[in-house]
Write a protein that binds this ligand. Sequence first.
Ligand code: NAD
Length: 693
Amino acid sequence: MTPRDGVAILTIDNPPVNALGPRSIEPLLASLAAALADPGVHALVLTGAGGNFSGGADMRGFGQAPPPRPSARDLIDALEASSKPIVAALEGNVMGGGLEVALACDYRVAAPGIRLAFPEIKRGLLPGAGGTQRAPRLAGAKAALELILSGDPIGGAAARAIGLVDAVAESNPLDAAVAHAATLAGGPRRRVSEFAAPPDDGAIDAARKRAQPEARGGLAEQRAIDCVADALSLPFAAGLARERERFVELLGSEQSKARLALFFAEREAAKPPAGSTLPAPVRTATVIGGGTMGTGIAMACANAGIAVTLVDLQPDAVERARGIIAGNYAATQRKGKLSQAEMDARLARIAYATSLDAAAGVDLVIEAVFEEMPVKQDVFRSLDRIARPGTLLATNTSTLDVDAIAAVTQRPQDVVGMHFFSPANVMKLLEIVRGARSSAETIARALAIAKQLGKVGVVAGNCDGFIGNRMLHPYGREAAFLLEEGASPEQVDRVIRDFGFPMGPFAMGDLAGLDVGWRIRRARNAQAPPEGRYSKIADELCEVGRFGQKTGSGYYRYDPGSRVPLPDPFVDTVIERNARAAGFERRPIGDDEILKRCMYLLVNEAAKILAEGIAARPGDVDVVWVYGYAFPAFRGGPLRWADSVGLKNIVADMLEFERVHGARWTPAPLLRELAAAGATFAAWTPSKDVAHA
Ligand code: NAD
């Protein structure tokens, strides 16, 4: 701390993100005390080292009882008590507890490129160090709620517009903050806590209408709204006390623990294999196949600043792709989510070609052609000839054997599966499929690319369906069996929605298109008849052209131009006919049975996936299902949820179902072992023989 013009500079210094924990706060409290005692200091500036203000509270301290001290709250109390004015100089991340610290200063001067956010909601929490009380006093209830309930970051200009920062400094925010602090020397404090409560402009009611109910994962949202409502009606100290109580309540809640577990699982999944080096970012890419997936993947690359060429052999397919991409960006721009300049920049990053020669010299190739082995192998033979050595060669196959694709090249070590989810420019999950000969370096590069694309990468072994679709299969099958036994698509979908998925399996099938699975099943069934019980309901719907939303009917019917699923008596007749043919007397089925029969098979398949080493960790399965299949995040994922139900209870129910329905309900050995030992998935680690290479 060296005073400049009577201004002392206090620095939050805790690399890499200046997290707020005892290590960073203790020295700050000491410098603050010294500055207050120093008669030569008349004002203070609070800043962060290394171009970042602060990324927020140190997450490792979360859930510790008692919480580590001194905490961000102690720092805020000390800033609040200061007799000398304080200006915060904001750069880089200004997040969570970091933002709350900034709000306890008198003024905030920001760099334009700051990322200012309250991300707590994403962990099932709320800003618990005065953020819900100070933010509305500065920015009004509406803007504060938007920030607190979305968890998304805003930049300097937006923060200035809502009043959370007082000035945006184009050059050096620290210099600007010091200059401003010098003008305040000796003057009174300007404490946000002393500001008048803002009026209720209807924002509270509006937020309540939009927020999820408590039982559907909205516990933190509801409590955060309660806090902001308090800020409008209670004295500051009373609001602060209630905020603290609610924060503690959330910290102990299952919803928050589940989200936090998911956060750590995501971080774990992103870790590169031991011994691999940090790969350089990708600058150039070629995407092969200009269909549904190829267009989305090309956009994902362009969005991440990668120069990409989209190749399709058919000139009309190229033109179609060009039109779709332009249309998608224009729609986003019209909604105000993308500036014209940024849209132009992204469009300019995408080139189009009709020859695989476009793969020469690039860092990354992603193949997304038809799902046919000979077609893909042909493409990879050509790529082997054209691409420079060291190019990462990825296939977006969803069902084919990555090893058989890699085997046609002279460089199987550089080949990997990159399984994107549709729409590829939106969906966060990227399954990275490790071939038998993919090198550790290749896996590390694929994980780094996932991150560069803003996706959550999870490594999966090479098997039919990888992690996600392999689990989807028994879930979808069981849902169809439930129809034959007496449930309706509406009932099953409602039960799954009530559990927290945005959609049930039948509405989802209609959205994705029933024909995709039908084609795959037809090809497979032609080779070998399906084993065990088989429901023909979906096949029969497809045979009469009911492919889902795109044809106006599937499991439901859709009015023209509408996506609202409506029950359809025709589907009932198909279900009833199939039930009779399979010898079922249809009966009323309880919601509880529906939920168990759908979800326990997910858990059981995941247990097999873990035992086989297809997924390295239970958390990987959870991340895949939350980000790729919209499993409710507030339940933490299928395995975290299974732990909360109790594996013993799950196995007991499964044995009961096995008695009635036979072998598909036999619990997987790992599930049975864990249940017998009274253990959980969370505490499970693979034995050496299934550990990943
Ligand atoms: P699509 O039929 O929409 O597009 C395929 C495109 O590839 C077509 O435009 C076609 O002209 C082009 N093509 C075919 N052979 C080619 C070749 N030799 N060289 C260059 N272009 C060629 O298919 P899609 O839905 O985009 O699927 C592509 C791949 O992605 C498949 O492997 C599929 O299994 C996988 N996938 C699809 C989804 C999905 O939801 N659609 C999800 C994950 C993965």
